[in-house]
Design a protein around this ligand. Structure first.
Ligand code: GDP
Ligand code: MG
Length: 177
C-alpha cells in the first residue's frame, strides 16, 4: 500500500530462484505483506509482488518475482530473468540437496542475467536449527568464492527477511545511482 500518487524514483526487479519448497513464496509473502502460511500451496498465478520503500531519500519500488512452480532445472524462462538487477538464491538449510543445487542455479542465472546483477545467497528455515543440514561455514565459503551476499533467514519467524531484502536493494541502489 501507500503507492497512491507517490513519485517513484526507481523500480528494481529482483528474482527469487532455488529448488521447490525452500520457502521462496513465503519469504516474498513475509516481505511484501508480512504474512506466512505453513501449508502454502504451489504458487498461484501471481508473477510478482511489489513493495515501495525509501532508500537514501529516494522512493524505490521493489518488484520481486517468484517462480510460479517452474523450479525444475532449465524450466525458468529467460523472460523471468530479463531486466533483473538483483537475485536471491534460496536454499533450505535443512535440505542439503537444495544447497548443492545452488551452483546450478547460479550458473543458470549467470547465463541469463546482466553481469552486474547483485546476488544474495539465502539459507532459509533457520528456525529449524536442530535439523540443520548445511553448516553456515559451507554457505559462507560458497558465497565468498562466488562473490555473493549471504544471510540465513526464517520466513516463519521473520528472522532477517527484511534485512535480507533491504541489503540487496541498498546494494542495487548503490550500484545504480
Ligand atoms: P517455494 O516452493 O520455494 O515457494 O516454498 P514455499 O514458500 O511454498 O514453502 C514451502 C514450505 O516450507 C511451506 O510448507 C512453508 O510453510 C514452509 N516454509 C517456508 N519458509 C519457512 C521457514 O522459514 N521456516 C519453516 N519452518 N517453514 C517454512
Ligand atoms: Mg513458491
Amino acid at each position: 500500500g501507500g503507492d497512491f500518487n507517490q513519485k517513484i524514483d526507481y523500480v528494481f526487479k529482483v528474482v527469487l530462484i532455488g529448488d521447490s519448497a525452500v520457502g521462496k513464496s513465503q519469504l516474498l509473502a513475509r516481505f511484501s505483506r508480512n504474512q506466512f502460511s505453513l501449508d502454502s500451496k504451489a504458487t498461484i498465478g501471481v508473477e510478482f509482488q511489489t513493495k515501495t520503500l525509501v532508500i537514501d531519500n529516494k522512493t524505490v519500488k521493489a518488484q520481486i518475482w517468484d517462480t510460479a512452480g517452474q523450479e525444475r532445472y532449465r524450466a525458468v524462462t529467460s523472460a523471468y530473468y530479463r531486466g533483473a538487477v538483483g537475485a536471491m538464491l534460496v536454499y533450505d538449510m535443512t535440505k542439503r540437496q537444495s544447497f548443492d543445487n545452488m551452483a546450478r542455479w547460479l550458473e543458470e542465472l549467470r547465463g541469463h542475467a546482466d553481469k552486474n546483477i547483485v546476488v544474495m545467497l539465502i539459507g532459509n528455515k533457520c528456525d529449524l536449527g536442530n535439523l540443520r543440514a548445511v553448516p553456515r561455514e559451507d554457505a559462507q565459503e560458497f558465497a565468498q568464492r562466488e562473490n555473493l551476499f549471504f544471510m540465513e533467514t526464517s520466513a516463519l519467524e521473520s528472522t532477517n527477511v527484511e534485512t535480507a531484502f533491504l541489503t540487496i536493494l541498498t546494494e542495487i541502489y548503490r550500484i545504480i545511482s
